[in-house]
Design a binder for this molecule. Structure first.
Ligand SMILES: [Zn+2]
Length: 258
């Protein structure tokens, strides 16, 4: 079994609560990567577009996020717990672009902030520093079981010319392997190679994603997982299982000036 390499996100400077991979920040100066959090304001920094939130307030937060990123367009989609993805090959008009029924985005267009929403599910980030291509995926148990990570790696190989051996993958803030109790069926779907428990038991989605990434050819030493659990802490993120309707977003962008 692969040893899980854990890192702790660090909060970026500025008003927007963005938690970034500290090693990637050093290693990839051309990249913006992170997961938004609840923030310190009385009203949490909820970016959910489809959960009955006040549209104007949420759109203002997206605008704030886009200004903070320095990018041109924030790309998002209504998610479907599937493995359909979009490859974005050209710039869009400034602002927020929202697609339909897509759970991952791949691009090498600078200034495009590709995003997924999550609140316990895993935001997965994949970076190809050789071709300067990036991807972000929403991977809950259904997406993980259906091979979301493998699908993104394969798409980067086919469409971006990526070599899996050059890819770096990070599984961001999500529900941890102690908090996420699921049925034996879900265990079997997520980690068919692991022993299947007799009854409900917790599963570690990020460990499953790491194993799947390594099986797809990503070197284990280039795979990390966040130590943050959306459910048991630190209290910086939204958790669906803890009763929150709020959503954080995982984002990546290739900086234009780089
Ligand atoms: Zn936990």
């Amino acid at each position: 079994m692969t040893e899980v390499q854990q890192i702790r996100e660090a909060r970026a400077a500025g008003d927007v609560p963005l938690w970034t991979h500290p090693e990637w920040l050093q290693r990839f100066p051309w990249l913006l990567q992170g997961t938004t959090g609840r923030g310190d304001e009385e009203e949490p920094f909820d970016l959910g577009l489809f959960r009955g939130q006040n549209v104007r307030v949420v759109h203002d937060r997206w605008r704030e996020l886009l200004v903070f990123s320095g990018g041109q367009t924030a790309v998002h989609a209504r998610q479907a717990h599937g493995i359909d993805l979009l490859v974005h090959e050209r710039p869009y008009p400034r602002g927020l672009f929202v697609g339909e029924r897509v759970d991952a985005h791949v691009t090498r267009v600078p200034g495009l902030v590709v995003t997924v929403a999550a609140a316990d599910c895993v935001p997965v980030f994949i970076v190809d520093p050789v071709h300067r291509a990036v991807a972000v995926a929403h991977s809950g148990w259904r997406g993980t079981a259906a091979g979301m990570t493998e699908r993104v790696v394969e798409t980067m190989v086919m469409r971006m010319g990526s070599d899996p051996a050059a890819l770096h993958l990070h599984a961001g803030p999500a529900i941890c392997g102690e908090c996420y109790e699921v049925s034996p069926d879900v265990h079997r779907a997520v980690s068919p190679e692991e022993p299947i428990p007799a009854g409900p038991a917790p599963v570690d989605l990020r460990a499953a994603i790491q194993r799947r990434a390594v099986a797809a050819g990503v070197p284990a030493e280039q795979v990390t997982a966040s130590s943050c659990c959306t459910r048991c802490g630190p209290p910086d993120f939204f958790s669906h299982r803890a009763g929150s309707t709020g959503r954080q977003v995982g984002l990546v962008m290739i900086r234009e000036a780089a």
